[in-house]
Design a protein around this ligand. Structure first.
Ligand SMILES: Nc1ncnc2c1ncn2[C@@H]1O[C@H](COP(=O)(O)OP(=O)(O)OP(=O)(O)O)[C@@H](O)[C@H]1O
Ligand SMILES: [Mg+2]
Length: 348
């Protein structure tokens, strides 16, 4: 478990990563990202907003566990079609959803999200994300509608190649196109991010519809939230996922200190804390271990833990539904113009 804030935050905002003075590139960036007025309208007004990245710059706060439990509750309890994208080189959520032998086999076959991105971004090869899917994953027998794009250890190398070759714009375009496609194929798309702020994590944060930030009720974890908020405000006009809310995780029922942090987090309206705080529980600690024998949802998440997860998931569904309020054409046009102006300034 990584228990520190990863300082890999020095990548400039992707929107301003254009080679300076290259007018041709400037124009093609605008075109490829669909940021012309018409392009933005077509993108923003089509389909549900249902892509959620789970992020806190701090490690070990329960990002992967939250992705796992949301996916399984959405599937088992609501029959939702869920795609989980494992965007962490440690492939934590992949190992939670798939038997270890299979994880290695799929990684060996080059069918991870990293291999998909290598094909499209670095090799400019035609690749279909559907062929990289592990279908109907999870050890919960009543959660049969979860597909997974596995993570791979070569993610870090991939990101290095992206930065070295100046492919950030192509990466962001790829993520945008990819999310537009999966948005239509699934009810919910959950992205498990690595801690820190890598070039890929920044793409998910800028291109997903929402982000949820889990935190432990302690000083360092909440500092990770603050870091994320500051980053969001830095180049706000370049697009950023809408904050869906903060989930307080691993709250010890008997700790007055945890209770104090819980109250303090809820005092700030900007956090939009979810009503349910997830308790520290043995069931959640062991949920990370894939069971070779399928089990029921209630066997995996018994008692209070299961109740809390169900209420939290219902709250997520409700907030997403509430945030579907149609974007007006005026809003969309404004966003398109802002992005255009920003890009123009960056290049010129
Ligand atoms: N509510 C909880 N109760 C008890 N243990 C938990 C709870 N949530 C998560 N854990 C455990 O805490 C550890 C960290 O959780 P997890 O791996 O989900 O965090 P993470 O933020 O994804 O970490 P990383 O930053 O390394 O990716 C894991 O061992 C997990 O099983
Ligand atoms: Mg994780």
């Amino acid at each position: 478990m990584r228990g520190r804030i990863n300082p890999r935050c020095n990548s400039p905002a992707l929107g301003i990563l254009l080679p300076s003075g290259d007018a041709g590139h400037k124009i093609s960036f605008v075109q490829t990202l669909g940021l012309t007025r018409a392009g933005v309208r077509a993108r923003d007004l089509s389909g549900m907003r249902n892509t959620i990245t789970v992020m806190n710059a701090k490690g070990g706060v329960g990002k992967s566990t939250l992705v796992l439990t949301l996916a399984e509750t959405l599937s088992a309890d609501h029959g939702k079609r869920v795609l989980v994208i494992d965007s962490d080189a440690h492939a934590s959520v992949s190992n939670m959803l798939v038997a270890p032998g299979w994880v290695e086999a799929i990684q060996g076959q080059g069918r991870t999200v990293v291999d998909y991105l290598i094909a499209v971004v670095l090799k400019a090869a035609p690749a279909s994300w559907g062929t990289f899917l592990a279908k109907s994953v999870s050890d919960v027998d009543d959660a049969r509608t979860i597909d997974l794009l596995l993570g791979g250890g070569h993610l870090t190398l991939f990101e290095r190649e992206v930065s070295r070759g100046g492919h950030e714009v192509r990466l962001r375009h790829t993520i945008r196109t990819f999310l537009a496609e999966v948005r239509k194929a699934y009810d919910f798309v959950l992205i498990d991010s690595a801690p820190g702020l890598s070039v890929l994590t920044e793409c998910w944060l800028r291109e997903a519809d929402f982000y949820i930030a889990p935190t432990k009720p302690d000083y360092i974890s909440t500092h990770g939230l603050q870091f994320l908020r500051q980053f969001r405000q830095r180049d706000a006009d370049m697009g950023f996922a809408e904050p869906l809310g903060v989930v307080i995780n691993m709250k010890d029922r008997d700790s007055t200190e945890d209770e104090r942090f819980d109250r303090w987090l809820r005092l700030s309206a900007g956090n939009r804390c979810f009503g349910q705080a997830i308790p520290r529980s043995y069931a959640l600690q062991t949920a990370a271990h894939y069971s070779p024998r399928a089990r029921s949802y209630w066997a995996k998440y018994p008692g209070q833990t299961g109740q809390t997860l169900r209420l939290l998931t219902a709250e997520v569904i409700e907030r997403v539904a509430r945030s579907q309020a149609p974007t007006t054409s005026a809003d969309v046009e404004k966003k398109g113009v802002q992005a255009f102006v920003r890009i123009d300034k960056a290049g010129g």
